[in-house]
Design a binder for this molecule. Sequence first.
Ligand SMILES: Nc1ncnc2c1ncn2[C@@H]1O[C@H](COP(=O)(O)OP(=O)(O)OP(=O)(O)O)[C@@H](O)[C@H]1O
Ligand SMILES: *[C@@H]1O[C@H](CO)[C@@H](O)[C@H](O)[C@H]1NC(C)=O
Length: 267
Amino acid sequence: MAASGEPCRPGRGEAAAVVVVGSCMTDLVSLAHRLPKTGETIHGHKFFIGFGGKGANQCVQAARLGAKTSLVCKVGKDSFGNNYIENLKQNDISTEFAYQTKDAATGTASIIVNNEVKTLFNPAPAIADLDPQFYTLSDVFCCNESEAEILTGLTVGSPADAGKAALMLMGRGCQVVIVTLGAGGCVMLSQTEPTPKHIPTETVKAVDTTGAGDSFVGALAFYLAYYPHLSLEEMLKRSNFIAAVSVQAAGTQSSYPYRKDLPIHLF
Ligand SMILES: Nc1ncnc2c1ncn2[C@@H]1O[C@H](COP(=O)(O)OP(=O)(O)OP(=O)(O)O)[C@@H](O)[C@H]1O
Ligand SMILES: *[C@@H]1O[C@H](CO)[C@@H](O)[C@H](O)[C@H]1NC(C)=O
């Protein structure tokens, strides 16, 4: 993280169990019956502003499950940035390392890896020539089908394909690889269980799957931090369940469930 900018809350609280380094984005959503052609103006019938960004989404989901969280991010020193900081506070996320800058948002972020903590890496958006250190330094490497395709060059359309991609990613030095498969749940592979295992999820009526991946990653971060003795398979079953709840409501963060609204057996 660049050293410029002012921390929004300099006071140091209780240490966070889940620290997310990632983006905060303000989603400006216009609903229209079709897309405009180049240069055309059309009527929209609804407009709303939402809080998004993969880093913030994951952090919000972990916080709503009860994790003590902190987001390392940078937003602009403008109304969207101010609102975003407020949104983080409302979700009980520490803004100690949420910076605001007068410069244009650059999207630059660097990952700080401390060997004493578990690192969950989500390569989004994926690039084919990802720095090899991301594989060796991540404890858990979690990607979706298209990211797995970009990273491996394989076609990933089934749990069997995801298993092959996971084996290839594992060969690059990951300890644990998870490939999410939308309504198909996910596939896991680890150094200790080196045969790919498919963890299906229940069939639900999906309303809006936007942000399901971040709900899943946020939930997984919560379980890794608070229930480290659960088996990986059990953590993934529960993360599948939480992400499946999120696809049954509209929006991204607005669809993320709170602990109080979830079945007790998840905790
Ligand atoms: N239709 C669905 N029904 C049930 N669970 C779902 C559905 N879609 C997604 N999920 C859950 O969310 C997880 C992540 O979904 P997915 O693989 O689509 O991630 P993603 O592509 O990163 O999501 P997005 O980019 O839409 O946020 C899945 O592993 C699954 O647990
Ligand atoms: C996987 O995540 C990327 C973001 O990195 C997203 O653009 C893509 O649509 C997702 N793929 C699937 C299959 O949902």
